[in-house]
Write a protein that binds this ligand. Structure first.
Ligand SMILES: [Zn+2]
Ligand SMILES: [Zn+2]
Length: 432
């Protein structure tokens, strides 16, 4: 083999680099801060599980299990799959660790990579990242409303524009079979006209035909019966109470009768939040209730509700919004000569310990060349330390953006920049 072999990331997988990673951190940190005010705690589950967990938990008839799982045999001959979503793992974790013995509801969040082997298309990856939450142990619509409120608060805090909350109820094991029958009867005549996916769904998961995006499928299902007209008494009460709660919480929403979740385990509430820029709406989060799943996975009969956010989508939207941000260091220290070098390094350490991003120049280089480097790094401020400044116990500062400058006492350099950080938002690890 030649030494010049070229290695590339696998198809549908990619590296996430600075400055994009800053947006990811912002989403992760804001999510953790918001979720924890609602009593959600983080769990970290393995990225691989036994394949049976997903076939059982997600459902055999789903696109994910039928076509998209990364499944392989390990050296012991066990069938293993990389997790295609987070809920089944969270449920397994809840049961295995007997979290149902703790007071209800138990509320958890997680984040990390998920894997689906699908044809890569724009904005879709085979390894993608999600942040998810799951709340176990309450069937009350109050919990659904609380989750939607928490989700909305997170998206608002992140600054996502044009938020649009859509909800639906997809019934329960008592009323959904009746609706399925009514729906199949309606679709039967046009069955041959549907796209290949929907022909398969007709047998395995007919509700999914309702949210197929293929044009001829949209046309053929015009006038299809609505599931909300076929809900049982309990499901109907649950759904109307949820709507009342959302109105009381002043969360705008629309009922979308065609929104069904792709996964078998959902019951009652299904929801999706989209965000847009200039009218183009993108789904950024989706979730719903799954009251049967814990029991189906071998646990006690515990209702649950959750949602997941797509990291790539949200980071992409944030990027469009924040194109003006430069992402350079707050302070660049240009020291002149050996003594100033030591002083400069000491000051750099002090500022960094206060959460300020600092870069230092090459003290052997000319001031002009150090200024050029500060500019190339998109630094906000340059601190100049020469013999003159050090004798006076001062530093010279320059703000590159507007050319303003001045001198200030070295003893107060920490507060000097800490104050200016507040407006320029460059402090590291600070959640807004
Ligand atoms: Zn029902
Ligand atoms: Zn279709």
């Amino acid at each position: 083999m030649s030494g010049a072999e070229k290695y590339r990331a696998l198809k549908g997988m990619r590296d996430v680099l600075p400055p994009e990673i800053d947006l990811w951190h912002r989403v992760e940190q804001t999510a953790a801060a918001v979720f924890e005010t609602y009593g959600f705690r983080e769990i970290r589950t393995p990225i691989a599980e036994s394949t049976a967990l997903f076939t059982r938990g997600i459902g055999e008839g789903t696109d994910i299990v039928e076509k998209e799982m990364y499944t392989f045999e390990d050296k012991g001959g066990r069938s293993i799959s990389l997790r295609p979503e987070g809920t089944a793992s969270a449920v397994r974790c809840y049961i295995e660790n007997q979290l149902h013995t703790l007071p209800s509801p138990q509320k958890y969040y997680y984040s990390g990579p998920m894997f689906r082997y699908e044809r890569p298309q724009s904005g879709r990856f085979r390894q993608f990242y999600q942040i998810g939450v799951e709340a176990f142990g309450s069937a009350s619509p109050v919990l659904d409303a609380e989750l939607l409120s928490m989700l909305r608060q997170l998206l608002v805090r992140l600054g996502l524009p044009e938020l649009n909350v859509q909800i639906n109820s997809i019934g329960c094991e008592a009323c959904r079979p009746t609706y399925k029958k009514v729906l199949l009867e309606f679709l039967e005549g046009s069955r041959d006209g549907f796209c290949p996916d929907c022909q398969r769904r007709y047998m395995s998961n007919p509700l999914r035909i309702l949210d197929c995006k293929v044009e001829r499928c949209v046309g053929l299902r015009q006038g299809a019966p609505r599931i909300t007209d076929h809900l049982c008494e309990d499901c109907r009460t649950h759904f109307t109470t949820l709507q009342t709660l959302l109105s009381k919480l002043e969360i705008p929403f629309v009922v979308n009768h065609e929104m069904v979740r792709g996964l078998d385990y959902y019951t009652r509430t299904a929801f999706e939040v989209t965000s847009g820029n200039l009218g183009a709406q993108n789904a950024v989060a989706a979730g719903g209730r799954y009251d049967r799943l814990v029991k189906e996975c071998g646990g006690p009969d515990v209702p649950a509700v959750g949602f997941a956010l797509g990291m790539e989508r949200i980071a992409g939207l944030l990027k469009q919004l924040s194109s003006a941000e430069t992402g350079g260091p707050m302070v660049f220290i240009a020291a002149m000569g050996e003594y100033a070098l030591y002083e400069g390094l000491r000051i750099a350490e002090k500022l960094r310990s206060e959460g300020i991003w600092v870069e230092t120049g090459d003290s052997a280089a000319s001031l002009k060349s150090q200024m050029r480097k500060a500019d190339r790094l998109a630094s906000e401020y340059v601190v100049i330390l020469g013999e003159d400044e050090l004798t006076a116990g001062e530093f010279t500062w320059k703000r590159l953006k507007d050319g303003s400058d001045g001198r200030a006492p070295l003893a107060g350099i920490g507060p000097f920049f800490a104050e200016r950080m507040v407006s320029s938002r460059k402090r590291v690890n600070v959640v807004e």
